[in-house]
Design a protein around this ligand. Structure first.
Ligand SMILES: [Zn+2]
Length: 501
């Protein structure tokens, strides 16, 4: 298929349209924030998600895919809407430090700006902080979205229930009324069913929100999955009644979730040892700060050393204070640490092991220098998708790619820590206390359900593959000069299942 007409420009990104089916090809991406693949599968097995089974999985399929690091809301939406890793578009976490902005000479307002957190009133800044790259909304002009924090490229009136998302979202966070918010999303979805969109993005925040307050297997969380399924059923019924043909349907999650048994806040630990530490929410103006800790998820944290120095360039391994690194690596809460190698690449550390990750000419290289921190059995050199397959069933799925992509971003911390199962990096002081969380590189945070009414490949998939798949399904050409980190499902199938002639 070739583009039938001239590309047309919308905003900064040229949009090419394909042939005659253009107006009838439509797609819906439903994001069940924080849905665990195993919980979804268990509910499917019990027949409790009949609409997902009938309208999505039966014509297409279901796979357990992997998300990005840090595996956290907002950041992990980027692959779904941009087809890029967060590090590729310079968003290293849901909190990060703008090194230049945090310099000692700047005023209180600049200090607050520099300590970026998309969890509160800076939430909307996520849209402007992403480096120039076309979103699905840019590339599919007739896009509509319900309850999303990522809105870049949406046209006027296409961002549905933004006020309810803000008000109910805040109320839900503090008093737990997530079912009210999810029901508002379901209503807006049904209302939008017959409108002339081509791409519709629908976000249900309830599973994530209630899981944080209770646990990922709590009956109230399971009920949130069923609520999404009922909403899907109502949407399908309305579309079939009036228009007949169903859009392509994708139902995914942005990260997994586990119960947190222990909170281990590195900022509190450093302060106890006499090291002033800049952190959220109220210590972003910490006097004489020597370290900044920026938590995502809450099971990952990025550390920035000498945050008031005004130094723009991230530190490499030899510039990181060894005593602090050793102290952190000794914590049971730390599964692994990562930092930039002095001569390129990324160093992976655990208490007793260390390895170098590099990438040259499309080959990802894992070189253990002491022990085997990623548990890959020794030196491994593979191309990107082979490395994904090789690491997919390990305790840290896709860790080489995910660490490399994170440290592409100059905004990423000097050091990143990924938490061990059962631990996170914020104190019990957080309101409300997080009893469950995500953010780490461990399998239970990285694994996500990917259900689609289109064929799924017989190969490991990532959430970053969903966006190129949707574009292909909609017949929208990739604009010249744009590169995606993901690959459409159809191409993955082609590369992993050699044609027999
Ligand atoms: Zn969450």
């Amino acid at each position: 298929m070739q583009p039938s007409g001239p590309g047309r420009r919308r905003g900064r990104f040229p949009v090419a349209r394909f042939g005659a089916d253009y107006e009838t090809m439509r797609a819906v991406l439903v994001l069940i924030d924080g849905a665990r693949a195993d919980v979804l599968r268990e509910l499917l097995g019990r027949g409790e998600l009949p609409h997902l089974a009938r309208w999505v999985i039966e014509p297409g399929g279901f796979a357990v895919g992997t998300t990005v690091f840090p595996s956290t809301t907002g950041v992990a939406y980027i692959p779904l809407l941009f087809g890029r890793y967060p590090g590729s578009v310079d968003i290293p976490g849901i909190r990060w430090l703008d090194r230049r902005g945090a310099a000692g000479t700047s005023g209180w307002r600049a200090q607050w700006h520099a300590a970026r957190s998309y969890c509160g009133i800076q939430g909307g800044w996520l849209n402007r902080d992403i480096t120039p790259a076309p979103s699905l909304f840019d590339l599919v002009p007739q896009s509509m979205a319900i309850c999303t924090p990522l809105t870049r490229g949406l046209g006027p009136g296409a961002n549905r229930i933004p006020t309810r998302r803000m008000i109910l979202g805040a109320a839900a966070h503090y008093v737990g009324i997530y079912p009210t918010l999810d029901r508002a999303v379901a209503r807006a979805w049904l209302d939008a069913a017959l409108e002339p969109w081509r791409f519709l993005f629908v976000v249900f925040p309830g599973v994530d929100g209630i899981s944080h307050l209770k646990d990922p297997h709590h009956p109230a969380v399971l009920e949130s999955y069923r609520l999404v399924d009922r909403a899907l059923g109502a949407f399908v019924a309305r579309v079939k009644q009036k228009r007949g043909e169903l859009p392509a349907l994708f139902v995914v999650s942005d990260h997994g979730m586990t119960v947190m048994r222990e909170h281990c806040d590195p900022a509190v630990l450093l302060e106890r040892e006499g090291i002033p530490t800049l952190r959220h929410p109220v210590h972003v103006w910490r006097r004489d700060a020597r370290v900044a800790t920026m938590v995502s998820g809450n099971a990952s944290v990025q550390l920035y050393f000498e945050p008031r120095s005004g130094r723009d360039r991230p530190r490499t391994e030899s510039e990181i204070p060894g005593a602090i690194l050793d102290r952190l690596l000794a914590l049971p809460a730390v599964r692994l640490a990562g930092c930039r190698d002095d001569s390129g690449g990324v160093i992976v550390r655990t208490k007793n092991a260390r390895a170098l990750l590099t990438e040259t000419s499309g080959m990802v290289c894992y070189t253990p220098q002491q022990g085997d921190p990623l548990g890959l059995g020794g030196y491994v050199e593979l191309d990107d998708r082979e490395m994904l397959s090789r690491t997919r069933e390990t305790e840290l799925p896709d860790a080489p790619r995910q660490l490399l992509q994170l440290f592409q971003s100059p905004r990423a911390g000097d050091l990143v820590l990924a938490a061990a199962p059962g631990f996170d990096f914020r104190g019990p002081w957080e309101v409300p206390e997080h009893r469950a969380g995500h953010g780490s590189l461990i399998a239970e945070h990285m694994e996500v359900p990917i259900a689609a009414s289109v064929a799924l490949p017989d190969a490991p998939v990532r959430t970053v593959d969903v966006m190129p798949t949707i574009l292909e399904r909609l017949g929208v050409a990739v604009p010249p000069g744009s590169a995606f980190d993901g690959v459409p499902f159809s191409k993955l199938a082609a590369t992993t299942q050699p044609q027999i002639r």
